[in-house]
Design a protein around this ligand. Structure first.
Ligand SMILES: Nc1ncnc2c1ncn2[C@@H]1O[C@H](COP(=O)(O)OP(=O)(O)O)[C@@H](O)[C@H]1O
Ligand SMILES: [Mg+2]
Length: 302
């Protein structure tokens, strides 16, 4: 294991994901360094969520590798979480009938050593561990502004707070890198602003962040570096200023053809499909995994 303070927390090398004839992600390289907030943007259908799924072991990349602090990760969600990468989902995945606190405790389980027998016998070790987990979970609820809702069922939370709870649950595994997939989708401007502050606070506590988001103001305010995916390929990567002024990026978003531009037909199809879907359902089957037969692995991976 090569662990130095300067080595990246994340090194994705040549990550490619093919589904039959469709190449959703093509030879993408991306590093995230400690203390960084990195943005991943691109039109609908560009492959952003698929790339996240490759990073977190939900999908086994067709080619390429993903390393956390210099160690290549096996493509298994629970091992990725254990190594130190946590995520939230584009389509919220909470345990609807559990309380807010219980949802965070679920996120904590990768970091508790107490085993099955200890839990069943409820010995002193278990009780100590349980108390410590609860204290940590409450701390995270304070941090995300949900402490007064600890005993509410998660399905009764307003949408914006469900998104926050997903973040609290992801943080419960003490990640060195947090992946956020559209954390402000469906939020009002105040909630978006609060999420921005929350992401800065997470970074300041020592967790690097890689964030997918369509809200460009959010991205360009927040990110030290931004990578742009178009049709599965990394088109541009740089500071917010560099990316904002790159004509290829503007063209990709406006759908204007440019030299070497991958076609926009599929993107339009996905956009139409997503527009027809109802966002915000809690705990149910979701587009990102269920429809592709990966839900079972997802829940225990998180
Ligand atoms: N499991 C899958 N099977 C087949 N196609 C998929 C699968 N997952 C994603 N895709 C396709 O890959 C492309 C990228 O999708 P996605 O990663 O969700 O894009 P984004 O998150 O950038 O909107 C889309 O064309 C999508 O339909
Ligand atoms: Mg997506």
């Amino acid at each position: 294991m090569t662990t130095t303070t300067t080595s990246p927390v994340l090194t994705a090398t040549g990550v490619t994901m093919r589904f039959g004839g469709l190449t959703a992600v093509q030879a993408v390289d991306l590093d995230v360094h400690p203390g960084e907030i990195v943005g991943l943007i691109g039109p609908n259908g560009a492959g952003k969520t698929t790339f996240f799924n490759c990073l977190t072991g939900l999908y086994v990349p067709t080619e390429g590798s993903v390393a956390y602090r210099g160690t290549v990760l096996p493509p298994k969600p629970h091992l990725v979480t254990q190594a130190g990468i946590a995520r939230t989902f584009q389509n919220i995945r909470l345990f609807a009938n559990m309380t807010v606190l219980e949802n965070v405790l679920v996120g904590r389980h990768t970091r508790t050593k107490e085993g099955l027998w200890s839990a069943l016998l409820r010995g002193p070790g278990f009780k100590r561990a349980e108390a410590a987990s609860k204290a940590r979970a409450m701390e995270l609820l304070e941090f995300t502004g949900l402490a007064d809702k600890a005993d509410h069922l998660s399905r009764n939370l307003p949408y914006g707070e469900q998104r926050k709870l997903e973040i609290a649950r992801a943080l419960a595994s003490d990640p060195g890198l947090l992946l956020l997939d559209e954390p402000t989708a469906g939020m009002n401007p105040q909630e978006t602003r609060a999420t921005e502050e929350l992401v800065f606070a997470i970074r300041d506590l020592g967790t690097a962040v890689l964030v997918i988001e369509h809200d460009m103001r959010f991205i360009f305010n927040l990110c030290d570096r931004v990578a742009v995916l178009v049709q599965g390929q990394k088109l541009v990567e740089g500071t917010s200023e560099v990316v904002q002024s790159d004509e290829r990026v503007i063209a990709a978003y406006l759908g204007t053809p440019f030299e070497g531009a991958p076609g926009a037909e599929e993107a339009a199809e996905v956009e139409a499909a997503e527009a027809g879907a109802t966002p915000g359902a809690t705990g149910g089957a979701t587009q990102d995994g269920a429809q592709r037969g990966t839900t079972a692995r997802t829940e225990d991976g998180q």
